[in-house]
Design a protein. Structure first.
Lengths: 356, 77
């Protein structure tokens, strides 16, 4: 494999038609296997016009192979992923998020654990760009959802070297490795304040909150009609043997709990504020020591001292604090929610979207 | 693998001899990562994969088998 380049993006002249150019890019190892739009200078320039940042501004180095991330290279990958130019501020914010030190993007890219980034979009930008937080928002072939996530993944691949012949070492991975998983919080149907407000931003601000997760673990509850009953099912579903997160508490990694609007509204009607629900999940989503000893990632467990391993009934929480439970409302009609555990050492990050 | 390698490369860059033991499944990735960290010649000793599921006595046997290679890599400089 060749090392990612640094500095100004190279200019190439490729002879042939559209398919020839796409095949050339594939041959160079610059795609994820799906067709891309060739990043011509004109398309990249149009994309760059949606940011005030200079094309040659260096945003950081993409771990693990430390390719230099410039604004121009982000634009080129956004074009390749199929993004409309006006999506660019969201892509840029997502890239800035994974470059935060606490994101540990290099580790998420090359772990055997198969983690991929989830991008939660909050604020008015979602409606303006048509980023869906409704029906099938995790995988409904909705253009901005699919292409914004794919742009981030292409960038991790092309500048970070996270490819299966190199640093990508996932045992199996999940399809989020191709297009990520970008969706908006369904703020219109949420009974609570949105995620970005809880994380310190104004309601009228637009943000991305990005977290590398192991996968999407579904929770169906179609029989219980009270919020209390729904909460009980969510809690039981998250007491799950086989996710390493119970052994990684001291790494301060979060879990996303994505409630569908119907579940969320019933839970709110039962009297739960966001804070109260997060406290309850922190208290109740626990596994007994006897079920975690000698299993999953016990050998490398990162438990705080207050957990008494000599007591087989001592209960180990999934995360270190209620603050590490990130509640979002997402999805359309129906009674299916989900939880998504962060991978290993990824603490995630929120970044404002800079619109012009 | 990545953090172990990162630490070893950093030690070597501080002038202390260091070597990274990696399982064969991670050899290519280790090579690429060492190059990205600026030390493509960082010595690595490959051992059979997998490691995590071995019994303690098997691990000791593997370690004994690799010890001479580790020593050679450390003393080469």
């Amino acid at each position: 494999m060749t090392a990612p380049s640094t500095g100004r993006a190279a200019r190439l002249s490729i002879d042939g038609g559209f398919v020839d150019v796409v095949r050339y890019l594939e041959g160079e190892g610059w795609t994820d296997g799906l067709p891309v739009i060739p990043p011509t200078e004109a398309l990249v320039a149009e994309t760059l016009s949606h940011s005030k940042r200079a094309p040659d501004e260096v945003l950081g180095q993409m771990e693990p192979l430390r390719g230099t991330v410039t604004v121009e290279k982000v634009a080129a990958n956004a074009v390749m992923a199929g993004c409309e130019p006006e999506y660019f501020p969201v892509v840029l914010a997502s890239v800035r998020a994974v470059l935060q030190p606490d994101f540990h993007v290099g580790s998420t890219a090359c772990t055997t654990g198969g983690s991929a980034p989830v991008i939660v979009v909050n604020g008015p930008v979602a409606r303006r760009l048509g980023i869906s937080g409704g029906t099938a928002c995790f995988g409904g072939n909705i253009k901005p959802n699919a292409t914004i996530g794919r742009a981030l993944r292409l960038l991790m691949r092309n500048l970070g070297g996270a490819k299966p012949d190199g640093m990508e070492k996932s045992t199996q991975a999940w399809p989020g490795k191709i297009v990520g998983c970008c969706f908006a919080e369904n703020e219109a149907r949420s009974p609570w304040e949105p995620l970005h407000v809880e994380r310190g931003y104004a309601p009228e601000a637009s943000t991305v909150t990005v977290l590398a997760v192991r996968g999407i673990y579904p929770v169906t509850e179609g029989t219980q009609t009270t919020g209390q009953g729904v909460v009980e099912t969510v809690v039981a579903a998250m007491r799950y043997l086989g996710t390493p997160i119970f052994h990684q508490m001291r790494n301060r990694i979060p879990v996303i709990v994505a409630l569908c609007p119907e579940h969320a509204q019933e839970i709110a009607r039962a009297g739960f504020s966001r804070r109260a629900l997060r406290e309850l999940l922190y208290t109740q989503v626990r596994m007994p020591v006897r079920e975690l000893i000698g299993r999953v990632y016990y050998g490398t467990r990162a438990w705080p001292d207050w957990i008494d391993e000599s007591d087989p009934d001592a209960r180990v929480p999934m995360v270190a604090s209620p603050d590490d439970i990130w509640l979002v409302v997402a999805g359309g009609d129906g009674r299916h929610s989900a939880w998504m555990p962060a991978w290993g050492v990824c603490r995630g990050a929120t970044e404002p979207i800079e619109e012009i | 693998m990545t953090w172990g390698l990162h630490d070893s490369v950093e030690m070597e860059q501080q002038g202390r001899p260091a070597v990274t033991v990696v399982t064969e499944a991670f050899e290519t990735a280790a090579q690429a990562r060492a190059a990205a960290l600026g030390l493509p010649e960082h010595p690595r000793v490959p051992v059979p994969h997998p490691l995590a599921s071995r019994r303690h006595d098997e691990l000791e046997k593997m370690a004994a088998g690799a010890a001479a290679l580790v020593a050679a890599a450390l003393l080469k400089r």
